[in-house]
Each structure stands twice: as C-alpha cells, then as structure tokens.
Design a protein around this ligand. Structure first.
Ligand code: DGY
Length: 326
C-alpha cells in the first residue's frame, strides 16, 4: 500500500508554484481567499489535519491549539517570525513548529538599508515634491538637503542573520557598525563585519545616528525600545524597524517624533499589523511601508520550498530542518 498522504491545511493562498507543488505531494486544503482565515475557520479544519501551514497573520494560540485534533503533528509556518504561534504550548502538546529562515535575509536587509537611505536622503519628500501639485522651482543650494550616510553611526539591535546582512551593506556605505545582541558574536565575525559590540543597549542607543531594529519579537523584546530608551536617542537620530511593530513602543515613538525629539522613523512594521497608528501617518518625518521587506518573488517562492521540505522531512519521520524551539 502506498504511504498515506499527509493532510495539510494552508490558511492562505500561497504563490501558485508553491501551491501546485504542495498539491502534488500532500492532500492540501488551501484557504479560499487571499485574506486571513478566522480562528473558527482554522479550528474547524484542524481535527482532520496532520500539518498546519499558517502565516504571521494567524494567531495560533493556546485556545486554538486546544481545538486541534490528535493528528496535528507539525505547524510549518510560512515565514520566519513565529511570534504569532504559542510554540511552548504546541511543544507541550507534541506538535513541532518549523519556520523559513535564511531565504528572506538578503531581501530584508536590502529593504532595511533602502529605508536608511530613503530616510536620511529624504527620498519620499523629494518624490512628493516632483509628483505633487506644488510646482518644483528647480535646483537650489539649500533645497532638499539630507544627511550624509558615510561616517554615520549605525546601531543594530539584533545581530542575527538579518542584522549581519545589514551590517555588511551599511559598512559598504561607509557607516560605523555598532550592535547589541543577546549573545556577543565571535571575535572573527565582529572583525569580519567591522562591528563593535555594546553590552549596554542604552549606551548604544544614545550614541547612534541610525538605530535599526532587526531582532525577533519575543516576550523578552516586546517594547525593548520603550519610552525611556527612545528618549535616549539623539534628537537628530532616526530609527528604522523591519522586525515587528511590537518591539518599539509605537505611541511613545509617535509622541517623540511629533515633538521633534527623534528626527525620523522608517517603519516596515506597525502594530496592530493592518491598522498601524493613524497618528504616524500624519507625520512628515515618518516613512511607512506595508510589511514588505521580504516581499520579493524569489523569497516568497523559496519560503514555500522551505515549508515543503519541512513537511516532507516530517512525513519521512525525521525532524524538520527548520525546527523552532520554544
Ligand atoms: C517573516 O517571515 O517573519 C517576515 O516578517 C515576513 O516578511
């Protein structure tokens, strides 16, 4: 008898090629639309599922996991961040969790660097001037001046894969690289990245011209950039966040930006995800993007490939390569 095909519930439409490959390999139930499923919809599909493929818009919490059937053995997240999944409860119930590291590192680092450039060189304002109603009167010696990138001190908060990929880019632009991380990097890696470690996040924040938030969102990093720490930033400094909105106290940031106590912010992520903080939208010194730092065709396909490999490995009775530990 051929081995039983795994029943896989995918909460949302994925790139066509990924869906086609998944459908060849597994019995798949794909979300009907490119919109998040409700918790009830997911729960109603779980009892017959061996594998769940959620994404960052789904809340896979204790309540939902309690409604899973005994069959569910793997949550193969389509994405890197797993802050929407209660990994500890899943583990407790014998459910493995995997994610998709590496394949979105370069693209996310590109976007973080692009945001630094856009913010310091005032690109959105320049574009608004050229495309808006007011007539541009041509070049002027004092027009549209921003800040030079070379020589600026970059503080990288979270020196994992993405932080390191950003450091390489920023060093090529002549920035001075500083970082704070849960664990200090090996000295060879520091040398390679030309990065200086700061044990004190406060001290690094106070000395940075640009603060880049690239750490994962966990209970330990929630509001790591709280009001007190944001206030340590120099008034001419800017903050860039391509991690999760929750790492920065968004209300405090809004107040400080409004008061001119922080010069600018570029945020690929806000909280709540689909609403953001409407007050941020009113501020000229803020660039807002719709969580698109990893949005390249290549990354989204490779994320799908990772999901497939994780499921196949699990189906073959082995540990998925991208297992997430609680
Ligand atoms: C992830 O995979 O966690 C990213 O934030 C998606 O862009």
């Amino acid at each position: 008898m051929p081995p039983r095909r795994l029943s896989v519930v995918v909460t949302r439409r994925l790139p066509e090629r990924v869906e086609a490959r998944m459908a060849e390999l597994f019995d798949c139930h794909f979300g009907p639309a490119d919109a998040p499923m409700s918790a009830d919809e997911i729960a109603s599909l779980l009892p017959g599922a061996d594998v769940l493929v959620p994404n960052l818009r789904d809340r896979i919490d204790q309540a939902l996991l309690a409604r899973a059937g005994d069959r569910l053995g793997l949550i193969a997240n389509y994405g890197m961040g797993v802050d929407h999944i209660d990994v500890a409860t899943a583990r407790h119930r014998g459910i493995l969790v995997s994610n998709t590291p590496d394949v979105l590192t370069e693209d996310t680092a590109d976007m973080t660097m692009a945001l630094i450039l856009a913010l310091l060189r005032r690109m959105p304002e320049g574009m608004a001037l050229m495309k808006g109603d007011a007539a541009w009167e041509g070049w002027s010696p004092t027009g549209m001046c921003g800040s030079r990138i070379a020589g600026k001190r970059l503080g990288v908060l979270g020196m994992g894969r993405i932080g390191q990929a950003l450091a390489r880019r920023a060093a090529a632009f002549g920035m001075q690289i500083n970082y704070h991380n849960r664990r200090r990097l090996r000295s060879e890696t520091e040398e390679d990245l030309k990065a200086r470690y700061w044990e004190s996040l406060d001290q690094m924040v106070a000395r940075s011209d640009v603060l880049a938030v690239t750490c994962p969102h966990t209970p330990a990093t929630f509001h790591l950039m709280n009001a007190r720490r944001l206030k340590l930033m120099k008034p001419e400094a800017v903050i860039v966040n391509t991690s999760r909105g929750e790492v920065v106290d968004q209300n405090a940031l809004t107040r400080l930006l409004r008061a001119g106590d922080i010069a600018g912010a570029a945020l690929d992520v806000v909280t709540p995800e689909a609403e953001g903080n409407p007050r941020l939208r009113e501020l000229d010194n803020v660039i807002l993007l719709p969580h698109m730092a990893s949005a390249t065709y290549e990354a989204r396909l490779e994320m799908g490939e990772k999901v497939i490999i994780n499921i196949k490995t699990y189906a073959d009775g082995h540990r998925p390569p991208d297992l997430v530990l609680p």
